[in-house]
Design a protein around this ligand. Structure first.
Ligand code: HEM
Length: 525
């Protein structure tokens, strides 16, 4: 999963050595020669409001179950409390790991951080995966640690080698037909697994994961795995099981307090096994592609330009491990994100039946039959669908915020000096739902994103950034959009969707529906 883990974990653990930062903060006036050097009236870092740390226990006690006011509370709710208590900038200090964190809730400040993040935006994330790649299985990852767990030059070099194949619109559009086939199969499965009242079963989330795994495998591994077949066994079943363990593991190991770094816990061992299943399966399919490309080249044949993303990744990089790690990063980041983003969209449409009907009218026009295939051209015509997806990502983004380490001395936010190295948390789930920055923020209004509508209706452009911004923007953004658009076009063309559960959300690894995705699906004609 993408970055969100870091966000929660960093908030949960992200305090700072006050002493160390105090030095940095008091050095502010001396930094006069630094870029953006603050003027004399800039206030010192330590003046930023925030909860006062207690001696020895700092601020960490606030997050402890039972004794702490935020123990067991949802992380997004904690941020709403922080904002209403202290304002649009909050300093969290006195936490373990000796790192300070500044949380921002105003898009003007969020924009300033993004504009100053430099060529290699830095953030700490995915501690367990990073540890695994660097220490447990380091031979495999030597020279190719991927995007999720790297920073600075190492990250930049990797990103340079994979960015083209991943983000080229034409290359992405070529996947519309296979993604459409997977979505059709998924819809058939949904018909079969719903009960006589049309309700999806309690393990519906896992079915959405299967759809996402099957879809991302086409892109990452150039293959169909068979996760949506009616009878699943063998390799696809192993992958499905590994997905469950992976997300559970990341939550247990990276977000909840855990001793895995010191003792090999059962969860850690299950997690390592799940990663190794991903590796073994991925290696097999990638090796197939390597062999195919090699034999084509050996025959002197033209490899043509109708290449898959995986082939492009292999050809663009001398080291085949780069394609391998990129494929694994896609599998880790591209399953729960797209599944839960779909859950949020379906939930909001079920709570806003008038908007769902408007969308259905568009889909009926563009897809006259229930099984009319979705094509790249037809997608262009589904403007209301794309607007509805954008609106749901504004209201219920799966990643509640982005984390950045301030790369330079001299950054000033809301007239406070921010020392180099401080973690800055850009709380987009808060800013995107704040009526000061997005008009009628509490209302689900897809039309605000349609061309010709009031340009102010969208609100501040940095209030809502579900995929991030800048050089480190989600590298799977275009594929994620394609998958979500295709699936939901078909799903909402085929079914009226209702959600008979309470519509609460919770922040675990991602910000997701609290109850399972047991939507009621009623056939449309
Ligand atoms: C709804 C779906 C998704 C959402 C909302 C989402 C969101 C994000 C966000 C917010 C980031 C962090 C950006 C930053 O730090 O500025 C990110 C990073 C990333 N995402 Fe996604 N993502 C989604 C789907 C996907 C998919 C399908 C893939 C794979 C094809 C993917 C692969 C990645 C990778 C590899 C990174 C790390 C990029 C880097 O550090 O350079 N994501 N994503």
């Amino acid at each position: 999963m993408a970055v969100p883990s870091s966000v929660c974990r960093a908030v949960a653990r992200g305090g700072a050595s006050v002493a160390a930062r105090r030095g940095a903060a008091s050095a502010a006036p001396a930094a006069a020669a630094a870029p953006d050097a603050p003027s004399a009236d800039v206030r010192p870092y330590l003046d930023i409001p925030g909860p006062k740390p207690l001696p020895v226990v700092g601020n960490i006690w606030r997050f402890l179950p039972v004794v702490g006011p935020w123990g067991g509370q949802d992380m997004l709710e904690v941020h709403h409390t922080l904002q209403s208590t202290y304002g649009d900038i909050v300093r969290l200090s006195g936490m373990p790991k000796n790192r300070d964190m500044v949380a921002l809730y105003d898009p003007v400040d969020i924009e300033k951080v993004y504009r100053n993040e430099g060529p290699w935006p830095k953030r700490e994330a995915f501690g367990s995966l990073n540890y695994y790649r660097r220490f447990i299985n380091k031979e495999r990852y030597e020279g190719s640690h991927g995007l999720l767990t790297t920073n600075e030059k190492e990250w930049q070099e990797f990103r340079r080698g994979v960015q083209g194949p991943m983000l080229q619109p034409r290359a992405v559009a070529k996947y519309t037909a296979p993604i459409d086939t997977v979505a059709s199969e998924f819809i058939e499965r949904l018909r079969e697994i719903r009960d006589e009242n049309g309700l999806l079963p309690k393990d519906a989330d896992n079915w959405f994961f299967r759809w996402a795994l099957e879809s991302i495998a086409i892109i990452a591994l150039d293959t169909r795995l068979g996760c949506l077949d009616s009878q699943v066994a063998g390799e696809p079943q192993k992958m499905i099981d590994a997905v469950q363990v992976l997300f559970e593991g990341m939550f247990e190991l990276d977000i909840k307090p855990s001793i895995w770094k010191y003792v090999s816990t059962p969860m850690w061992r299950k997690y390592v096994n799940a990663i190794s299943t991903f590796e073994t399966v991925s290696e097999k399919y990638i090796q197939n592609r390597v062999n195919r490309l090699k034999s084509k080249m050996a025959e002197g044949g033209d490899i043509g330009d109708d290449l898959s993303v995986l082939e492009r990744l292999l050809l663009a990089n001398d080291n085949p491990r780069i394609a391998m790690t990129m494929a694994l990063d896609m599998l880790f980041a591209g399953i729960d994100t797209t599944s839960y983003a779909t859950g949020a969209l379906l939930y909001l449409l079920s709570r806003n039946p008038d908007k769902q009907e408007e969308l259905h009218a568009e889909l009926r026009r563009v897809l006259p039959q229930r099984d009319t295939p979705v094509t790249a051209e037809r997608l262009q015509d589904m403007k209301y669908l794309r607007a509805a997806i954008k609106e749901s990502m504004r209201m219920k983004p799966v990643a509640i915020g982005q984390l950045r380490e301030n790369p330079k001395e001299g950054l000033v936010l809301r007239n406070y000096y921010i020392p180099k190295g401080v973690d800055i948390l850009l709380m987009l789930a808060v800013s995107g739902n704040d009526p000061r920055f997005v008009p009628h923020a509490e209302r689900f209004m897809p039309e605000r994103w349609l061309k010709g509508d009031d340009p102010h209706a969208k609100g501040h452009p940095f209030a809502t950034l579900p995929f991030g911004f800048g050089p480190r923007i989600c590298i799977g953004k275009r594929f994620a959009e394609l998958e979500i658009e295709v699936l939901n076009a078909k799903l909402l063309r085929n079914f009226k969707v209702e959600y008979p559960c309470k519509g609460e959300f919770q922040t675990r690894l991602l910000h997701v529906l609290k109850s399972p995705m047991t939507f009621r699906l009623t056939d449309r004609d």
